[in-house]
Design a protein around this ligand. Structure first.
Ligand SMILES: [Zn+2]
Ligand SMILES: [Zn+2]
Length: 268
């Protein structure tokens, strides 16, 4: 009987620049799909029993630095270790916003001096996605809509094809009612709370959310649980408290925490 459990392991939950021992928002699905790279994803995942060789997919929500800065290290790790441990290593499939994902992967390869040291570039396959697009493999159906952020961003909704369990992550985004429709009925919603306990300010030029905005989104979407990420470490406790006043089933994941995505009836 195959294991039908879907798990999410949080590698980090900080915003922009992590404090010592932490990492920016990044997480693993079933130990095989990495969402954003954080500063130290290649190192952090080893703390939790996974290596970059185990990855099949990398999903980039958008191409701001704190979400892809760890990509060169992941590529370097795979090239350094594959000869001894996984000579048949398949290409890492990298999925992200169509307008920018190819550029970021190419720049990561150039940073590793691809022309001078081609042996340090492991095979990759870039899969650009646009809002409204979908993607499927044996385990998941993935649908994306646009996040509302100064650069192209994708909000990913995953549905486990075996169990129907659904979960979603918005990436960095301002509140938008279209997001609530896209993530309706998910068991687990992972979203940002850059402004901590405060709602986004009226001008919100950087297009982020505060914890109250995230909680409102979870409530409108009918999500079962809300995980908050992407906030300075010292503001996380207050952000969690503010969100729980609106949406009680909110948590702030600890680094390394693994949660199981609950199965169950989905409303869409
Ligand atoms: Zn961003
Ligand atoms: Zn960010």
């Amino acid at each position: 009987m195959p294991d039908e459990t879907t798990t999410v392991t949080f590698l980090g939950t900080s915003a922009v620049v992590p404090g010592g021992g932490h990492d920016t928002a990044s997480f693993l699905i079933n130990g095989r799909y990495l969402v954003d790279t954080g500063w130290y994803a290649a190192i952090k995942m080893q703390c939790y029993g996974v290596t970059p060789l185990d990855l099949e997919y990398l999903f980039l929500t958008h191409c701001h630095h704190d979400h892809y800065v760890g990509l060169p290290q992941i590529l370097l790790y795979r090239s350094m270790r594959r000869a001894q441990q996984r000579p048949d290593l398949p290409p890492l499939k990298i999925i992200g916003p169509a307008a920018e994902v190819e550029t970021v992967v190419e720049l990561a390869q150039r940073f590793l001096q691809a022309e001078r040291f081609p042996e340090v570039i492991p095979p990759t396959q870039v899969i650009p996605l646009s809002p409204g697009g979908t993607f499927e493999d044996a385990a998941f159906h993935v649908a994306v809509c646009a996040s509302r952020h100064p650069v192209p961003g994708l909000c990913y909704r995953f549905t486990d094809r075996r169990t129907g369990a659904a979960f979603a992550f918005t990436g960095d985004t301002a509140y938008d009612p279209a997001l609530a429709s896209h993530v309706r009925g998910v068991s687990l919603l992972i979203t940002e709370a850059s402004y901590g306990a405060n709602p986004a300010p009226a001008d919100n030029r950087s297009l982020h959310m505060g914890a109250p905005d995230a909680a409102q989104l979870a409530q409108e979407a009918g999500a079962r649980r809300l995980a908050l990420v992407h906030c300075p470490d010292e503001k996380q406790a207050a952000a969690l408290e503010a969100a729980r006043e609106i949406f009680a089933n909110t948590f702030w994941p600890a680094d390394g925490e693994t949660v199981t995505v609950e199965k169950g009836k989905q409303s869409s």
